[in-house]
Design a protein around this ligand. Structure first.
Ligand SMILES: Cc1ncc(COP(=O)(O)O)c(C=O)c1O
Length: 471
């Protein structure tokens, strides 16, 4: 029996935590301080009391990053909502696994329905798909399909002497290289293609690189485009790239971990036009759609059946997969995982809460927040936009008074971000490109207001002014 008092009280404490606006996003500590505060996380021989556990939870919350705070701009996810928490709880309470219909009958049917919805919005036909543990896993799965199609004996006999080469934009996510490492392709065999001033992979450069690879007797097997690059939020030109993919018969994948959900937006789906011409598509719902981590899928276009062909070993599975009237619904054979959490509920609950129109409106709100933040950067005298941006990241530098060499400006911005982090008032990330160190502000929180953004800039500029005095 569950202890309802204990659970109810704890849950109510958690809700109180979530609903109490805190002044700090993070109570910044060094790792060694934290170890001290938690007695180095030693486990005891005897059990802890409920009071001890409650104390621990309080302390855990105190020192964890409050990603639900409206001053949290650090990652491509942010915010906290009932739909996600409830779905996550339902998944934990039922504690099942997605490998068979027998074990997850309702969730399996929901997953299939959600895949159909994503496929329809993507313009995919004769499609299939699966939910996976994140966008990196989705990209890996797409690369694995492409690899096995390009080297047909690899599944059974291992890597041949065929030299497979993948292509992705220089601004693409590092998961493509991780995938190449895992799949025996080699990270040097992911050729990084130059991006233009808008951050989009340059089609002519891609074609040049493919020709060079062919001339070297290597085999181009995978083009990884991106819909919403991690730092600049750029959308590659899928129509132009797909023509090249077709010409050279190369698998064409789109990483939509960040920007993929624009398929649900009435106003912004044009950013991802040409998606229907691609072979596969990764999409995360735990980034801009606010589902708790993780909730991701990979969709395959026009090749229903390929996932089972690539991922199913067909051996040693009769302890789990049994013939029955429902066994055609089993999702395990399509997966790299055995046990798999029920993540799809988080997407389904998003639609239960908002409906398709509401989700489209929420995406518009995120774009409005980005426009507002960008306008602030333009209007505030000390800030300088480093990238035009068409999505939900705003990349800018603070230009300190009397300093005009880029090296010092870079160093200043690096320190500024660190000082802001240590203050705990707002949390924002940074990156660098083309010799510039800059701040990347992300507007992916459904609850963000103009006042929250104003407050962020106030925090940033106040700290920057103090730092300026040190120069
Ligand atoms: C463009 C892009 N692709 C893939 C990923 C990886 O997604 P995940 O963190 O869900 O593995 C990210 C993460 O930020 C991303 O920005």
């Amino acid at each position: 029996m569950l202890d309802s008092n204990f659970l109810n009280e704890t849950f109510s404490d958690l809700v109180k935590y979530a609903n109490t606006p805190s002044e700090k996003v993070i109570n910044y500590q060094t790792a060694s301080n934290l170890k001290q505060k938690f007695n180095n996380f030693e486990v005891k021989e005897n059990s802890s009391s409920q009071a001890d556990i409650k104390d621990f939870i309080k302390k855990y919350l105190n020192y964890s990053v409050n990603t639900g705070s409206n001053q949290f701009f650090n990652q491509l996810f942010a915010g906290r909502n009932e739909f996600g928490i409830l779905a996550e709880m339902l998944s934990s309470f039922t504690n099942s696994s997605m490998y068979t219909f027998e074990m997850a009958p309702v969730a399996t049917l929901i997953e299939l329905k959600m895949l159909e919805l994503i496929a329809n919005k993507s313009g995919f036909t004769n499609f299939e798909g699966k939910f996976v543990s994140g966008g990196s896993h989705a990209n890996l799965a797409a690369m694995m399909v492409a690899r096995n199609l390009a080297d047909e004996q690899i599944k059974k006999s291992g890597i041949s002497d065929k030299k497979l080469v993948a292509f992705a934009s220089e601004d693409s996510h590092y998961s493509y290289s991780k995938g190449a490492n895992i799949l025996g392709i080699g990270i040097n065999n992911v050729i990084k293609i130059k991006a233009d001033a808008q951050g989009k992979m340059i089609p002519e450069e891609l074609e040049k690189a493919i020709k060079k690879v062919i001339a070297n007797n290597q085999t181009p097997f995978f083009i990884g485009a991106t819909a919403g690059t991690t730092v600049f939020g750029a959308f590659d030109d899928l129509s132009a790239l797909s023509k090249i993919a077709k010409k050279y018969k190369v698998w064409f994948h789109v990483d939509g971990a960040f920007g993929g959900p624009v398929i649900f937006s009435e106003n912004h789906s044009k950013l991802i036009s040409g998606l229907d011409m691609t072979n596969s598509f990764s999409i995360d719902f735990h980034k801009i759609l606010g589902a708790p981590l993780t909730c991701s899928a990979i969709l395959i276009n026009g090749q229903k059946g390929i996932l089972k062909e690539v991922f199913d070993n067909g051996e040693g599975t009769n302890y789990i997969f049994h013939d029955s009237e429902n066994s055609s619904y089993d999702l395990g054979p399509l997966s790299l995982q055995c046990g798999r959490k029920v993540d799809v509920l988080k997407l389904y609950f998003l639609f239960l809460y908002y409906g398709l129109d509401g989700v489209s409106d929420k995406i518009s709100d995120l774009f409005n927040s980005a426009s507002y933040a960008k306008q602030k950067v333009i209007e505030l005298g000390n800030l300088s936009l480093v990238f035009p941006g068409e999505f939900l990241t705003i990349c800018f530098q603070y230009i300190p008074k009397f300093i005009d060499d880029q090296k010092t400006i870079n160093e200043f911005n690096f320190k500024l971000r660190q000082k802001l982090l240590e203050s705990g008032l707002s949390m924002v990330n940074q990156s660098n490109k083309n010799g510039k160190q800059f701040i990347r502000l992300v507007t992916v929180n459904f609850d963000l207001t103009k006042e929250d953004l104003d407050l962020f800039f106030t925090h940033l500029i106040t700290i920057a002014k103090k730092l300026e005095n040190e120069y």
